[in-house]
Design a protein around this ligand. Structure first.
Ligand SMILES: O=C(O)c1cc(=O)[nH]c(=O)n1[C@@H]1O[C@H](COP(=O)(O)O)[C@@H](O)[C@H]1O
Length: 241
């Protein structure tokens, strides 16, 4: 497979309830980023129809619904979502091995049935909006990096293609899971941009240098006065690194 360019590695999170805004951003950003992410906010407001509208812009779409339920329910949800043909889908690694295995199997079966490539199925590990203190408060006493590596190994053993992790865990997961395991990395903030609710953050060039396959960036692009210029500047920084 051809090496991804810096722009290809950027997935822009279109977190909005407005389908016209999402479609317009997806159209403008074509060529400046590798794909767009539609998540709970967009899908909750606009549903599969909204997804199909944005898809007309011709960009690969990362469908981020972070599925987390019993194995049967998650498998059926994947069967229901697969006709949308997303490039990447998220489930939650915290759902455990039986759920992740069921998700991987459902994605393979649905892709065969529809006749499309299986999407990249990634497991969300520990959210980038949490720091050590927040994580300890929910009762997880293992240090974050060790906990995330544990979840990544379990995801790999269960047949997932990769995980969503913070930039801080990239090196440890690479060492544990090898070069082909996909690392999708949010918690990315270009120098000087507002952190917002993110806590475990790095700059785009740092994350790619450490080995991120994809970096997920929302507000620093979508809330910029010129989103295309912001995306191109980020790609430039990644290239320099
Ligand atoms: O699964 C995700 O994509 C995700 C996982 C995570 O740990 N942290 C995280 O921020 N995300 C998503 O990445 C995007 C980050 O958006 P910004 O904070 O605006 O750059 C949001 O759409 C989040 O839903």
């Amino acid at each position: 497979m051809a090496e991804l360019t810096a722009s290809d590695r950027i997935l822009c999170a279109l977190d909005t309830t407005d389908p016209d805004k999402a479609t317009s951003l997806a159209t403008q950003l074509r060529g400046a980023v590798g794909g767009v992410k539609l998540g709970l906010e967009f899908f909750g407001a606009c549903g599969p129809q909204g997804f199909a509208e944005v898809a007309k812009a011709g960009m690969p779409i990362f469908l981020d619904l972070k599925l987390h339920d019993i194995p049967h329910t998650v498998a059926q949800a994947i069967h229901a979502l697969m006709p949308l043909r997303p490039m990447i889908m998220t489930i939650h690694s915290g759902g455990g091995a039986p759920m992740m295995k069921a998700a991987a199997e459902a994605a393979t079966q649905a892709a065969e049935k529809i006749g499309c490539p299986r999407p990249i199925i990634v497991g969300v590990t520990i959210l980038t909006s949490l720091d050590e203190q927040d994580i300890a408060a929910v009762g997880l006493t293992t240090p974050v990096e060790a906990q995330v590596v544990r979840m990544a190994r379990l995801a790999q053993d269960s047949g997932l293609d990769g995980v969503v992790c913070s930039p801080f865990e990239i090196s440890a997961i690479r060492a544990a899971c090898g070069p082909d395991f996909k690392l999708v990395v949010p918690g990315i903030r270009p120098q000087g941009s507002a952190k917002g609710d993110q806590k475990r953050i790095m700059t785009p060039d740092q994350a790619v240098s450490l080995g991120a396959d994809y970096i997920v960036i929302g507000r620093p692009i979508t809330q910029a006065a010129d989103p295309v210029a912001a995306a191109r500047q980020i790609a430039g920084e990644v290239n320099k690194a």
